[in-house]
Design a protein around this ligand. Structure first.
Ligand code: GLC
Length: 428
């Protein structure tokens, strides 16, 4: 098959965010931020209160951290030593789904099963010790509305989770009930935070001068420290649920993906940028190019391998394509397909950066931009070729020389550490 060049070029154009559009997205994002501060219902950003500010770096003590935000759930015992230092004393992790064996995230699963499984992991992390008192921080990475640091109610599942009986519930009530059922009465949940908040807390604990925390992985979302400048309110981290940002220009593939998803109409930015969806978008384009109606099952890891193929003949691209679609393609088509994967990743990095710049503008107000880090965790940021460099490029495009004030830092494992820090902060 030879890919039709002009049809192909049109598709690449559909995935291109030019300089003007980039600026519009950043400005719209800032607009929604300001709207959301006044009235979250008037904005596509949820602006969820976390009831936590930033740590001092001097937090100390041993805590349990539950990291629940994707198919892999982790429970850690972490000792905070102050001075930005910490040690992970124990870590247990298990997937919530193993194909053919069990599934605690899919449609058929229930809250009781899901939290029962998690309580089992907690039990492992404390080595079955049902005596010693443990304070637990819970990183729960789904949109939740909070009334205080420890009370978070799941608004709606994202990332294709579909377990029944969790939406609308206070998640730590479900956790407590499950712990109790297992005879664990010595673990006290103290804090629930989003993973973006965890990443921000972890980065601020270690290095200071960080006000924006972001996840760029299976899902995508960002939080920031709202200073409430000039108001009596204390600074607080707000979880934007920026994956739900709407002022975008989805193309027909974005629309098709959204329509076929668990929650059509929701998480439109996330569906254009995050690891959970990029492979699917890529597959949708290929299906159109091949004139087939098939789900080839491409993942963002496949896209990463495709982009990384620097051989002249593009044998790796050809191999992956053959494997997933059954089609033999020549080198020229393989180059096209590589360009497509790159275009999807570059668009993703540019849209994500536009959202960061919207927040930076909001933080700076009419003052000069403060020197700062943006803390990011996640496989796309860490491993996807072209992601980091296109974030930097877009930052310079939007901020000009002010971009030198900002750097992005990888905050690996921030979800666990941040939960421990939040538990420590709950004692103040
Ligand atoms: C989804 C969730 C959000 C989370 C993000 C990254 O967007 O809704 O709460 O922060 O994924 O895990």
């Amino acid at each position: 098959m030879a890919i039709d060049s002009s049809a192909f070029q049109n598709i690449i154009d559909d995935f291109t965010v030019d300089a003007e559009h980039l600026r519009i997205v950043a400005a719209d994002f800032r607009y929604d931020l300001r709207k959301g501060l006044a009235d979250p219902d008037a904005s596509s950003l949820r602006m969820l209160k976390s009831y936590v500010g930033l740590p001092t770096g001097e937090e100390k003590g041993e805590y349990l951290a539950l990291d629940f935000g994707g198919t892999n759930v982790r429970v850690l015992r972490i000792r905070l030593d102050g001075d930005g230092k910490f040690e992970v004393l124990k870590k247990v992790a298990k997937p919530l789904r193993i194909a053919g064996q069990y599934d605690y995230v899919g449609k058929g699963s229930t809250a009781e099963e899901q939290f029962g499984f998690i309580a089992g992991l907690v039990d492992e992390a404390i080595d079955g010790d049902h005596e010693t008192k443990f304070l637990l921080g819970h990183t729960f990475s789904f949109p939740s509305s909070q009334t205080d640091l420890n009370n978070a109610r799941l608004i709606i599942w994202t990332k294709e989770f579909a377990t029944a009986g969790v939406e609308g519930q206070v998640v730590n009530d479900l956790l407590l009930a499950a712990l109790k059922k297992r005879g664990i009465e010595n673990v006290e949940p103290r804090a629930v935070i989003n993973d973006t908040v965890a990443v921000l807390l972890a980065a601020a604990y270690k290095r200071g001068a960080t006000y924006i925390g972001s996840i760029y992985a299976t899902g995508h979302n960002t939080c920031y420290l709202e200073p409430y400048a000039g108001e009596a309110t204390a600074p607080m981290v707000l979880n934007l649920e920026s994956g739900g940002f709407m002022k975008l220009a989805p193309n027909r593939f974005d629309t098709a993906l959204d329509e076929a998803s668990e929650k059509p109409g929701e998480q439109r930015l996330e569906k254009m940028v995050s690891g959970r969806y990029m492979g699917e978008l890529f597959g949708l384009v290929l299906a159109e190019l091949f004139g087939e109606k098939k789900d080839y099952g491409f993942t963002s890891i496949d896209m990463s391998s495709i982009i990384n193929d620097d051989t002249k003949e593009k044998h790796n691209v050809q191999g992956i394509l053959k494997d997933k679609t059954g089609h033999d393609i020549d080198t020229e088509d393989a180059e096209h397909i590589q360009e497509l994967a790159s275009a999807i990743v570059i668009r993703s990095a540019r849209l994500v950066t536009a959202s960061y710049v919207g927040i930076l503008w909001q933080l700076a107000g009419d003052k000069p931009l403060e020197k700062q880090h943006i803390a990011i965790d996640g496989s796309v940021y860490e491993k996807m070729p072209l992601a980091k460099e296109n974030i930097m490029r877009a930052l310079y495009e939007l901020l000009g020389e002010d971009a030198a004030q900002v750097d992005t830092v990888l905050e690996t494992g921030g979800s666990g550490l941040g939960a421990a820090i939040a538990a420590a902060m709950s004692q103040k």
